[in-house]
Design a protein. Structure first.
Length: 283
């Protein structure tokens, strides 16, 4: 049984549970408990505070964890980064009152900065030879300048709306963060085999993101022209239709270039274009 530590609430929790559901790992969510076992896969989920997950994985209480890169970096625990998951993206930034004129990092010399991430901030300041007073607080960091507790803040920024509502502006991005899958360094061979299957499922889910499965009818004499404009993952499937002189072409398109390619296909002579979402891609 593979034990995975997961944040107990918030956006990272929601994104993590959605990913596990996409990988067909069924979990009971009707009644929240500290530990929940999957009904169809050898994993159990341990719900924790996000800042407890790195230590939990490093100490072996959990075999793996899904945690923000910001928390993993801040805690400096000995665990392996198994995979970057690409969701729950944010950044750690320095921000100050919107009316202050900012001309560069030198502004922070001698200033007081409020943060919940003193380790990352200290490392950044030392690297840039800035001497500032780090004031550690937990929660509601963004209110510190407004109540005179600090001159600036160092905190997580996603959309930036929280900064705006507190009359702050982002002036320096120190690091970018996303969800990480981390693992204990001493995982048993048996658990590594379960992890291998889990990663296979997660990779299949990630590979299907922003992809469309496209079927179309094409004049047989135009199949070569159609194939030349298709940037599919592999060579498209071509099958003859019952109507003489026509073929069916199946392929996978990336959503970012989807409409451009569809336009070219129609111009060449493709008809009856059917577009389907891809739930999974077995790699």
């Amino acid at each position: 049984m593979l034990r995975i530590a997961v944040q107990s609430k918030g956006r990272l929790f929601e994104d993590t549970m959605a990913l596990l559901a996409e990988a067909d790992i069924k979990l009971s969510t009707s009644k929240r408990t500290l530990l929940t076992q999957s009904t169809n896969f050898p994993v159990e989920i341990l719900f924790l505070r996000d800042d407890d997950i790195p230590q939990c994985v490093a100490s072996g209480v959990a075999d793996m964890g899904i945690v923000g890169e910001n928390e993993f970096t801040e805690r400096e625990e000995e665990a392996d980064i198994i995979q970057r998951l690409g969701f729950s993206k944010c950044r750690l930034s320095l921000a100050l009152h919107k009316e202050i004129e900012y001309n560069g990092l030198e502004w922070f010399n001698g200033k007081k900065i409020a943060t919940s991430y003193p380790v990352i901030l200290k490392r950044f300041l030392e690297k840039n030879n800035i001497k500032a007073d780090i004031h550690v607080i937990t929660g509601s960091v963004e209110i510190a300048p407004g109540i005179g507790l600090a001159d600036a803040i160092f905190d997580i920024v996603s959309s930036g709306s929280t900064l705006i509502s507190n009359n702050l502006k982002e002036v320096e991005v120190v690091m970018k963060s996303e969800a990480l899958l981390i693992g204990n360094k001493n995982m048993s061979d048996e658990k590594k085999e379960i992890l291998k299957e889990l990663l296979f499922r997660l990779d299949a889910v990630k590979a299907a993101e922003d992809k469309k499965y496209v079927l179309m009818n094409v004049p047989t004499d135009k199949v070569k022209d159609i194939i030349e404009v298709l940037p599919g993952i592999k060579s498209p499937t071509v099958m003859p239709l019952a109507t003489e002189g026509w073929s069916s072409v199946h392929t996978v398109l990336d959503q970012k270039c989807f409409w451009e390619i569809i336009g070219k296909l129609k111009a060449i002579g493709a008809q009856g274009i059917l577009v389907l979402p891809i739930e999974k891609m077995i790699l």
